[in-house]
Structure formats: structure tokens, C-alpha cells
Design a protein around this ligand. Sequence first.
Ligand code: ADP
Ligand code: ZN
Length: 727
Amino acid sequence: MPFIAEILIPLALDTPYSYVVPAGLDLAAGDVVQVPLGPREIVGVVWGLGDTAGGSNLRPVTGRLPYPPLSDPLRSLVDWIARYTLAPKGSALAMVLRLPDEAAAVETVRVAVRITGKPPARPTAARSKILAVAVDGALRGKSALAKEAGVSLSVVDGLIDDGALEAVAVEPEPVAPRPDPDFPRTPLSPAQAEAVTALVEGFPWRRGPGEETDNRPVLLEGVTGSGKTEVYFEAVAACIREGRQALILMPEIALTAQFLDRFAARFGVRPAAWHSGIGGKRRERLRLAVAEGEALVVVGARSALFLPFARLGLIVVDEEHETAYKQEDGVHYHARDMAVVRGRLEGCPVVLTSATPAIETRVNAARGRYRHVLLPERFGGRRLPDIAAIDMRLDQPERGRFLSPPLVNAVKSTLERGEQALLFLNRRGYAPLTLCRACGHRYQCKNCSTWLVEHRFRRALVCHQCGYTERRPEACTECGTFDNLTACGPGVERIAEEAAALFPDRRIVVLSSDFPGGAERLRQELDAVAAGECDVVIGTQLVAKGHNFPFLTLVGVLDADIGLTSGDPRAAERTFQLLQQVTGRAGRGEKPGRALVQTYQPDHPVIAALLSGDAERFYAEEIQAREAAGLPPFGRLAALIVSASERETAEAHGQALARAADPPDGVMVLGPAEAPLALVRGRYRFRLLVKTERNVDLQAYLRAWIARGPKVRGNVRVAIDVDPQSF
Ligand code: ADP
Ligand code: ZN
């Protein structure tokens, strides 16, 4: 009987495939192997081994590949994600198995060259160019040198053969320098020290045999500026003292030099950072360092959750309420929730931090499923900013303007004192809608049910959903008349224009995801703002998150009501979190801060809670409302998005699904209805919502429903989103 291996392949497949293990190949679960699949060879992972199965016509495993095997907890995580999100198991594996190309993995030394002083035997024009740019005594990379001289790499090699240049092996800069947990640091405040004790007590690796451990996830909650980062740094220090690895998850954009420097101030070196900006080779070397336990601390965006840690001892999820943690294409997962799962599978503690926790997290803490550690006050006796409302019904801006007189005055006096002001508007571009005054035509995306947003700096109309862009026309494309196109409403670019007119000599910067030059340039600009190199910042939600701007003393919220009008039951929570975060940017340095909030509904519960600072009351009311409506976390939710390139096809498939729903007691199926975004990238979308009681096995129901439901035909696609973030 042949020995059989079940190999999971990182493609959209639900189950592993069986292969024969050839004699002499000793495989273990988790090994990375190469197997034939159809006409090609592909990488897979051993998911199981056995000596049964009817395998005379099975093909053999080609061989094992020299990569670190996937640990038991990591394979369990893949199984768990597939079961929970209903994504194909192979797709979940693909998130974990991002294999390095071999060249990157083996690269351990870099070759650089230096001038020997010996003249080349055959001087040519190309060779002289190299020697002209090579500096005596200095080490230079080969390709950098060739590039600068404008000649090919072979010319450099020729000079090495000739003896005019000498090749020197250079150790690469370490991808994961070792943080020192005992690096000298500023002392903690008594409140912080108390929080550290509460945090790490119970961590399993702190306990001797027989001592009680408490490995529930911990919610570390504290107002903005309370010093949560320093507190969790101590948990990280305790973890690496034990020789274990720590993972700090952050919303992508919070990974700035500023944060890395703060880490360095505590641990002596910057941590290894894992985000979309790091290049191929460095990325792969870091992966390897993680797998070998060399990298003690990794700070990363949500995908860092799938790194193959050898000895994971702690996961921190910074700003756990952030929506950026939810991935909404491919495998739909929430990185915070998956962090809790990975922590459980690894037997390691998980710390969630926030000034404004998600309702789910708050409820988990209240019910004792999570431990709750509080830091109620700002560090160093700093006060939270005073927050006041500007009632826009009374204090109207001038016609065509968006800054009310009290806000303009506040900015003016802030600037006169040499301090920084932030104007917050959660709208990218110049204007959210363009309208022809002559014929009434509104410019809409060709592929999506969205208005095109004017981006004036780029002179374009842009769809924020699919990226479709057209030139902003001179004359209306419908009626042909000139000079009648009107920008309706403000975006950050328009506010910048207004601010430039009001404060002509000041340095004004617009910070949004449209910042020219990409994520890396944006990070640099955020660092420049933190260093005080600008006077007025105009920003979207991007500036609200986790940044520390010590010179910022005034925050002006231009339109506090934006998020409140949507029909989404999470709107109140979201708006409260965002406004609390953004106003909390003020007064984090030496000087006290204040925030002014422009609103048409100062009595709205969200605005009232923000003004009074009564977060407890807000949470209590919001939790009560969720409970009454049976919404998460008191009930469970999933969304099915049916899409197709024809509207009728999508709708018909949605209806057929609904007919097959057959919901048992405790399950409710709503829809199909047009999805909140009814047309995206040329695909029409209908949504079905499944709402169940807490104790219903939602996944089992969904699986059975999909199985008996209509066959997916043609270009129809059904995406499943368990725990949708908007509903
Ligand atoms: P949070 O993460 O809760 O918003 P931070 O950890 O960013 O708060 O701390 C707020 C500010 O207080 C930061 O500027 C930080 O450098 C400073 N701070 C916090 N703890 C200490 C400490 N123990 N010693 C000196 N400065 C501290
Ligand atoms: Zn579009």
C-alpha cells in the first residue's frame, strides 16, 4: 500500500489533494513540497499523511522544498480561517504561504567593490567612466556603480578581473536588529506601572509550573495620549526577555518613522517593519528571520498576522477598532479577530489597545471574556482638549466658503501663537459632485453607482470606487455650454484653497491617500508635520489615526455630521470613534489643545457625547440599542454579495438564493436588495443579509444553504462576508 500525502495547494480549492509519497522521501505535516498539478508543477503544503486511500492512479510528490515548514498553530489558523470565513482553504493558505523566490532567500552577502589603485590593463571609455565615479577607498555596490557611470555591469566585472577594482563581500544590513528590553528608558508614571503589572500578570510565560495563568485577551483602554504605547512596550520587553517573539499590528499608515523611532527610544533599535512598502528581497529575508526566531519584534500591517513565527509570545493589536483591519476582498477577514484566534492557537497573550474600542470588544470586556485594563488619564497631567461645537445654523460661513467665522478666528490665533492647526474633513479631492447649472447633468462613473469626485490639482474627475478617471471638461459633455460646471460641496483640496486665501503666508499641507508620491512619501510628510514643519494641516481620516503631532493645539472638524446620515447601524459608533480620535490629536505636546466641531445637529447623541466627554454613556446607549435590535455582538451577521455584469442576472441569482434560504428558527434572511454600492467596476451587486441569534451555527447554515442553492453560472459571483463591517 503506498504512503499517501494530503497536499493543500494555495489556490481557490476547498480540500487538499492526495499524492503518493515516493520511497525515500520522509515527509512531515507542514512541509513545503512541489507537486504536479495538471501539466505544471506547483508548490503545496503537507496537510496530512496516511497509508490508506485508493491511490493506484495518484501522482507522486515531486520533492520537498527548502523552506521552513508551517507550524501546527499556523496550519490550524488556515483551517480556522477557512471554516469561519467560508473561503476556500487553499485561498487561506495563500495568505500564509507567500514564498520567497529562491534567489532572495539564499542571498546572504552582497558584493561591493573598491578601487585598488592598480590601473586597468586595457583602458576603455566605459572603464574610465566607472573609475571616474568610483571613490577611492569607498565601498560601492556593483550595480549602483554601473548605473551611475551609465555603463553595463559587465564593465565592472571586467575591471574586477583586471585587478583595478576589488570585490568585497559585505554583510547585509540586518533585517531584524535585536531590541534590548533593558535599554535605559524614561520611567513610567504610577498609573502606567500599575497598568503594566495588570497587563502582564497571568501571561503564561511569566508563570512557574502550577501557578495560575490567565490567557484571556486583554483590552488596554485609555484616552488618547494616556501612554498606552509605553505600557504595551513593557509587555513586549517582558516577552523578549523570555526569548519569545512579539508581533505588533498597526493600521498600515500608523507605521511611520515616528513610531519606529519611539520604539528605538525604548529598545535601542528600530523594529523590523512589515508593510506594503518594503521591497522584495528585504521582505523575504525578514520572513526567514521570523521563521528562524531571529526577528524578535515585528511591527506590521494586517498581513503580518500570517508570518511564520517560530516562538510567538505576544500579539498587540494597536487601535483595535480601526476599520483598516478588515479585509474586504479575497478572503474576508478581520485581523483583530484573527489575532485573537492566532493567540489562542499559539497559547500566547493578545493585547488590544484603543481609546475608543469597538462595541464588540467593549462587550467582550464587560462580559469577562477579555480582561480590561484601563488608563483613564492623559500622561503627565496633560488635559484632554476642550471640545466645543459651532452651530452652523447660527455661525454660517460666507457664501461658497466652508470655514465658519469662529473657526477662522481660532485658526488665526493658533497660528499667531506659533502653533499648528488641523482642519479635518473626511472627503478626498476638491468636490464630491460636479453639476452642470445649465442642464442639470451630474457627472457619474461609467462603471459604478457613484458620483465622480473632482480632483482639481489633477484637473480630473475621479471615481473613488474603481479609479475611473476623466479630464474635467471645459464644456458640459451633455449640453455643450461653457462655464456652467459647478463644484458642489467641499473636499480637502477645496478647504486648502480657502485656507490659502485666508492665511496666505502660512505653510499648508493636504494629507489624504491622494498624496502624490505614494505611501512612502506620505509617511515622510506625516513625520515632517510631527516635526512642526507646517502650520495648517488639512486632512482626511488618514491623519486621525494614531499620530502624535506635538505642535498641534487646534483641531477643527469641518463637518461632524457627515457619517451620521448613512443608514448603517454602525454609523454612530464609527462617527464617535473618528471624532474622538481626531479631536484627541490636539494638545498632545507641552501646550493644551482644543477642538471646534462644526455641526448642524449639536444635540445629536453622538455629538453630545463627544462634547461632554461622556464616552461611557455613549457606549451604554449604543450597546443597548444593538442588543434591542439583535445586532452584533448580540446576534450574528453575514452578507452575501451576488454580482454579475448584467443587472438582471445578478438579481435573478439573488432571488434564486433567497428561495433556497429555508431559514430555521433563529435565522432571518433579508433581501436580495441592491447593495449599498449597487454598481462597482461594471458589476451589478445585490445583497442578502443573514441575521441569526447568537447561539446559531452561522457557518453551518451558510454552507448548507450555498450547497442547496442555485449553481453559479456565467459571470455570476457570490462573495461571502461573515461579520460585515457595514450593514
Ligand atoms: P496613547 O498611545 O495612549 O495615545 P502615547 O503612548 O502615544 O499615548 O503617549 C502620549 C505621549 O506621552 C507621548 O508623547 C509619549 O511620548 C508620552 N509619554 C507616555 N508615557 C511616557 C513616559 N513614561 N515618559 C515620558 N513620556 C511618556
Ligand atoms: Zn467607478
